[in-house]
Write a protein of this length. Structure first.
Length: 252
């Protein structure tokens, strides 16, 4: 009994530390201290390598194991089959691609550059709202440990690194609105999701669907944000991040 209580306590402490790390990742300064010896572009390439290898080596196999949860589920009178879990992941990718295009179009029309009232930029709120759900599910998954109990730490670390890339892209896209409001909303969303996970368990169908959407979003956002344009990217930090994290995932 004492051993079980100790195990539960250690799992709770680990989840709290991971949620804290993911939350704080949104509040990191725009520029890294020179003493780190790592440029912002190198960091983004490294986190890109970690995020992408995590999506392919762990999250996609996790979806494969959970695909039975969607069997027989009907969407608009269409019964989903086992392999439609990958279609859900694609929907996640397409959804975030659509959000990116919406933000790009609004920026080209000068909506995203305005520093007036917050309500003047509805695209900002759509963008932040989508990522708030994204972050809340990350917090929930960390607390519930349903991405693989033995890999919850790897999931949490990968997501903490991943949101650094998301944060940089949102900061670049929405500027002062994101600095003043967005990053606080997204960091709070992680805590809210963790709180929900501590008190309530969603159904397997809902979890599998959200995990699929998250996986698609990670793949798209990692490629778009964390791997800068070829002339700006840093291949060796990317390769180091992907190789090191890939080995961890395969060995643990």
């Amino acid at each position: 009994m004492v051993a079980f209580a100790s195990f539960v306590e250690s799992e709770t402490v680990l989840a709290a530390l991971l949620v804290g790390a993911i939350t704080v990742a949104h509040l990191l300064p725009d520029e890294l201290p020179e003493s780190t010896g790592l440029s912002r572009r190198s960091l983004l390439s490294l986190t890109g390598g970690v995020s992408i290898v995590y999506a392919f080596v762990h999250l996609l196999p996790e979806l494969d194991e959970r695909q039975e949860a969607l069997e027989g589920v009907s969407v608009l009178l269409w019964s989903l089959g086992a392999h439609h879990v990958y279609a859900v992941a694609f929907v996640g990718l397409a959804l975030f691609y659509g959000l990116e295009r919406l933000a790009a179009v609004s920026e080209s029309r000068d909506f995203g550059r305005r520093l007036g009232p917050v309500a003047d930029d509805p695209v900002f709120w759509v963008h932040v709202g989508a990522f708030a759900v994204y972050n809340a599910f990350i917090g929930y998954a960390v607390v519930r440990g349903e991405t693989g109990a033995d890999n919850v730490a790897l999931f949490g670390v990968a997501m903490a690194l991943h949101v650094v890339g998301n944060d940089e892209a949102m900061e670049r896209r929405h500027r002062d609105l994101y600095s003043n409001f967005g990053k606080w909303i997204l960091s709070s969303a992680v805590v809210v999701g963790a709180g929900i996970g501590a008190m309530y368990a969603i159904s397997d169908v809902a979890f599998t669907t959200l995990l699929g959407l998250l996986t698609g979003g990670i793949v798209f956002n990692s490629i778009k944000d964390e791997l800068p344009r070829t002339r700006e990217s840093r291949f060796w930090p990317f390769a180091a991040g992907a190789t090191a994290y890939g080995l961890l995932l395969l060995l643990l």
